[in-house]
Design a binder for this molecule. Structure first.
Ligand code: 9D3
Length: 221
């Protein structure tokens, strides 16, 4: 899969060079292309935003640089074009899986008050939000989307991780422990050191259920 990011702040995406997602790119499990929208403006001062018609606070990203950028990176409309927007449908794990199984992605990141509506109407297939809280732009949401989609691409995670995840569906995860056995007077639960895998599975299921009841009872309904 190829994911192209369109943004006025390309340097923010250096975060995706780290850890599992950074390694997945190095190993060619997917390609990430971060494109500076400013490169496509026809304004002689490289302007990409302007005042809103009708007045109001803040700036609006201009349609021309966005339109030219989308047409340059996806001339045949082979990719799914997504605008990260506070007005979009909230991202779900189900949606993540369907995107990972689909075409290449172009992710448009808005900044300031938003994007000229004509750029959305002409060049965008779908708007996605990552939740009901206010951010300063679509860059962090685009990184969230890349992170959770990339996990499902072949060879990025071990198959065992994804199997564990599907078995624990709709329950919160049990507590994890590693060495040492004692830290500041607190010891690792005896059962996890017993080697009895039936008992360990039983303990983990009980812990998951109790934790879900306490923290996320909505998941059990
Ligand atoms: C507070 C300003 N808002 C009304 C005057 C509109 C607004 C514009 C632009 C609110 C946020 C933003 C910037 N956010 C995003 O571009 C964004 C976002 C978000 O803020 N929350 C959750 N998901 C997303 S996806 C893109």
């Amino acid at each position: 899969m190829k994911i192209t990011i369109l943004t006025l702040f390309p340097e923010m995406f250096s975060a995706l060079s780290e850890s599992i997602i950074g390694r997945a790119q190095k190993e060619h499990k997917f390609t990430l292309d971060v494109v500076d929208i400013r490169k496509y403006t026809e304004d002689k001062h490289l302007k990409c935003d302007d005042y809103p018609f009708g007045g109001g606070a803040g700036m609006v990203m201009m349609a021309q640089p966005i339109g030219s950028a989308v047409e340059a990176v996806d001339p045949d409309h082979a990719a799914r074009r997504i605008y990260l927007s506070p007005k979009g449908k909230t991202l779900t794990q189900e949606k993540v899986i369907s995107l990972a199984e689909g075409e290449d992605l172009v992710l448009l990141c808005g900044h300031y008050e938003g994007v000229d509506q004509r750029a959305i109407d002409l060049f965008i297939d779908e708007e996605i939000s990552i939740g009901d809280y206010v951010l300063t732009g679509g860059e962090l949401p685009a990184m969230v989307l890349v992170d959770c989609v990339a996990r499902y691409l072949d060879g990025v995670l071990s198959p065992a991780s994804l199997v564990d995840e599907s078995f624990s569906e709709n329950l919160l995860e049990y507590p994890h422990y590693t060495r040492p056995v004692e830290y500041r007077g607190m010891t690792v639960p005896e059962v996890l050191r017993s080697g009895n895998h039936a008992e360990i599975d039983k303990w983990r299921r009980e812990q998951s259920l109790a934790l879900t009841k306490k923290m996320r009872p909505d998941l059990l309904k």
